[in-house]
Write a protein that binds this ligand. Structure first.
Ligand code: ADP
Ligand code: MG
Ligand code: MG
Length: 200
């Protein structure tokens, strides 16, 4: 089975930063419908800072890359998504330990722990119309392949459209949150698509 090193994880985050940059307008538009219109701006700032700190500190193991990136997101993103994505990457990185390379199945288990930490921090679960609705299926898919993870995350994000938000700002809208894609689920689909792109 293929092994993935620190450079792979750095590439994942650089590809995520590029996707966020490209899609920032759409993410902010989604957040303007059911939130406060800052999701694209928040993530753009956060992932630009992640790219910069990875260049500066050049961590070499998968675990070190992800924990540094997670810390950077927590300190640079003001919105709810900063601590949540920061926790996702930090916890996933912590699970990967100090090994120089990891396999896909090991990554799937670590990402599962990272997603569980997001659920614990935000108190959300599947179907609450949050980033978890893309991330939980992605973890399942990653047990099979990177492409399956990408497709599951994309489907999960689209499946948030008919849901009523039960967590975050969108939940203040009650039934009016129905009919819109959750911005955090949309950005999580970008994160997982970038992972599949890095692996391709
Ligand atoms: P804010 O809502 O503080 O402006 P963002 O706009 O950057 O933050 O991020 C909003 C996204 O964060 C939502 O679309 C949702 O996916 C996610 N989110 C918000 N609250 C929670 C939570 N408690 N659990 C999981 N995800 C959440
Ligand atoms: Mg917002
Ligand atoms: Mg905000």
């Amino acid at each position: 089975m293929t092994r993935y090193d620190g450079e792979f994880f750095r590439r994942w985050l650089v590809l995520t930063a590029a996707a966020v940059e490209r899609e920032a307008g759409r993410l902010t538009e989604l957040d303007s419908a059911i939130g406060d219109a800052d999701h694209g701006v928040n993530l753009r700032r956060g992932f630009a800072a992640v790219t910069a700190v990875l260049d500066k500190e050049a961590p070499d193991t998968p675990g070190a890359v992800l924990t540094l990136a997670g810390r950077q997101l927590i300190s640079t993103v003001g919105g709810a998504s900063g601590p949540l994505y920061g926790t996702l990457l930090r916890r996933t990185g912590k699970e990967l330990g100090v090994e120089a390379t990891v396999g896909r199945e090991r990554l799937a288990a670590a990402l599962g722990a990272g997603v569980a930490a997001v659920a614990q921090l935000g108190g959300a679960q599947a179907g609450d119309k949050t980033m978890l609705d893309a991330l939980l299926p992605a973890v399942e898919g990653l047990g099979e392949s990177f492409a399956a993870a990408r497709d599951a995350a994309a489907q999960g994000a689209l499946a948030t459209v008919p849901l009523q938000a039960r967590k975050g700002r969108a939940s203040y809208l009650g039934e009016r949150s129905i009919g819109h894609e959750d911005p955090g689920a949309a950005s999580s689909a970008l994160l997982i698509a970038a992972l599949a792109e890095a692996a391709a």
